[in-house]
Design a protein around this ligand. Structure first.
Ligand SMILES: [Fe+2]
Ligand SMILES: [Fe+2]
Length: 205
């Protein structure tokens, strides 16, 4: 799934939009999963309001991409899709802090890193409609990372944990990939995600 798609061809653009629609569909489920799974932990109402808001936006994202696929003569379900996001949900189902570290703060933050280049490639290919949808998603996803960062900080404080080392420890235990640059520092900062979370230690280790 990692091969670089040729966005100059309709087939390549359909493959990209289909892959993004699959991510958004999983994101809807992840939004509701965090609401339901951690409902017994005495969290404040604002926690649930935030994640319901995220789930609603993820549904809007899926609908936008589904409509774009239809305009390109395709439909969600036409192509195979990977299960990585749901595997992340399963591997962090036991602990809210692990879920927040891996889903919004690794996977959604990664979306912020890669989306601007995708938008530029779509624009170069002349697909301004798809680029405009990605722009909308990108703005909303900064908000989703912000929700993740806010609650990660809040729960660390409640548990008396130091956020940055806690984040790195949870990621090393529950995320199989690596945190890879280039990072979109501006978007991550706009989301309130401290650079200490993801910057490599000074010794490179
Ligand atoms: Fe989304
Ligand atoms: Fe999101």
């Amino acid at each position: 799934m990692k091969r670089r798609r040729n966005l100059g061809s309709p087939t390549g653009r359909i493959a990209l939009i289909h892959a993004l629609a699959h991510i958004e569909l999983n994101a809807i489920d992840l939004g509701w999963d965090i609401v339901a799974r951690f409902s017994g932990e005495g969290l404040p109402q604002a926690f649930f309001d935030d994640w319901v808001g995220v789930a609603v936006e993820e549904a809007e994202h899926f609908a936008l991409l589904e409509a774009r696929l239809a305009a390109l003569g395709a439909a969600y379900g036409d192509l195979p899709a990977h299960d990585g996001l749901w595997e992340a949900a399963a591997s962090t189902a036991h602990d809210l802090l692990a879920r927040l570290a891996v889903v919004p703060l690794v996977l959604e933050a990664r979306g912020l890193d890669v989306t601007p280049a995708m938008m530029r490639r779509l624009e170069r290919a002349g697909d301004l409609e798809s680029a405009a949808i990605l722009e909308r998603l990108y703005r909303d996803e900064i908000g989703h990372v912000a929700v993740g960062a806010r609650w990660f900080a809040e729960i660390c404080r409640a548990r008396g944990l130091d956020p940055a080392p806690t984040f790195r420890d949870l990621v090393s235990r529950h995320f199989t990939g690596a945190l890879k640059p280039p990072f979109n520092h501006a978007a991550r900062e706009a989301a309130g995600m401290p650079e200490a979370f993801y910057a490599a230690p000074a010794d490179g280790g």
